[in-house]
Design a protein around this ligand. Sequence first.
Ligand code: ADP
Length: 421
Amino acid sequence: MKKNNRHAKKNRILTAESFFEKLSVSVLFPPCFCFPLFSYPNGYPSWEKRISVFGEKKYSKNNKYICIRMNKKNITVEEVAGALKHVVHPATGKDIVSSGMVRDIEIEGLDITFTLVFAKAQDPVKNAVTGACEKVLRFYVHPDIRVNIRVLPLQAKAAAQPSFQAGHIVVIASGKGGVGKSTVAVNLAVALVSMGYRVGLLDADIYGPSVPKMLGVEGVQPEVRIIDGNERILPVEREGIRILSVGFFIRPEDAVIWRGPMASGALKRLIYQSEWGDLDFLLIDLPPGTGDIHLTVVQELTVDGAVMVGTPQQVALADVIKGIGMFRNEKVNVPVLGLVENMAWFTPAELPGNRYYLFGKEGCKQLAERENLPLLAQIPIVQSISESGDNGQPVVAGKDSPTAQTFMELAQNMIHQLNRL
Ligand code: ADP
């Protein structure tokens, strides 16, 4: 005992620096210990007093250094936020505090409650992130705290919300019409369904809604039901895809007068008043070019990425560049997942080893390299693609052909790019 007192006296005359130096080599301690010491409002009290406030002191076995067991009184919001900064979301590579995922921290004694906001409704790492939060709080703040985490998906708009949750919303866009955008959207949807995903396909191409024809549901009238007192449009189902199209609601001859607010209004109805259910992917087939519909979609929904479809033809590429520019514009700010080069070449059945580059060679591939974007797929001109589009039977539905395989690879590449965001 006497010996201990002697050492206590010795320690009392240590400077703060040397105390911390010794403390760090000797013990025990998470960095948050420093916080209440440095924030003491009326200057530092004596070491003895400080230790009695914050915890109990002990001596190491050789009686050389003081060890302090913290007996924390007041946990602060800053402390909790500082600890949570040690958790990094693997997809963004950023810590959850700086990226704005942590909100509304409340502290009551040893009970810590806060909200974690995830960008995606079904974030695959949600459990890992919440588990990591608990661990860092126990390690850095106090081992006995009780953690209560509210998990919320990021709400794109506070007012009206679509009645569905989609893991990923992807738009399929093109610079020009007639390059195969809807063909890609339909076959991509079938490929995703065959991989086991729940897929919705929203045909927003008001100038040429061709999805119903390509999926054999032309002329079908979607059912409308009253659900929870609200009118809801039920998507039509085909090939396992939940489909809605502006084509279900307008006559082709009227499409040309659909412009601006009228078209955007109809699209909003399809977004907000439809009973999509939970989806892994919602694919949206946009009209060609850049315009009101594009803006409506990106303003109303949290779009995860855009797939740009083009042909290798030089005159078409200028429009693809404009499309990429629109998505990259800071007001739109939708990541371009990559390019699809459609009608890349033609191989006649009687000359299977030959490739004829009817629209030029590798125009999209070179553009992708220039724009530093992935080339997601090169799709040749194949008679079965145009025939299947006409008879409402997508090529991926007969899975074994090389063409079907190309669309499956496109789906895998797209998922890969989404996972990298
Ligand atoms: P967009 O949506 O860009 O207007 P579509 O998907 O409607 O283009 O395609 C236009 C036409 O080209 C359709 O008749 C479609 O069947 C045909 N088509 C698209 N891609 C191919 C392809 N790779 N091979 C053969 N025909 C194709």
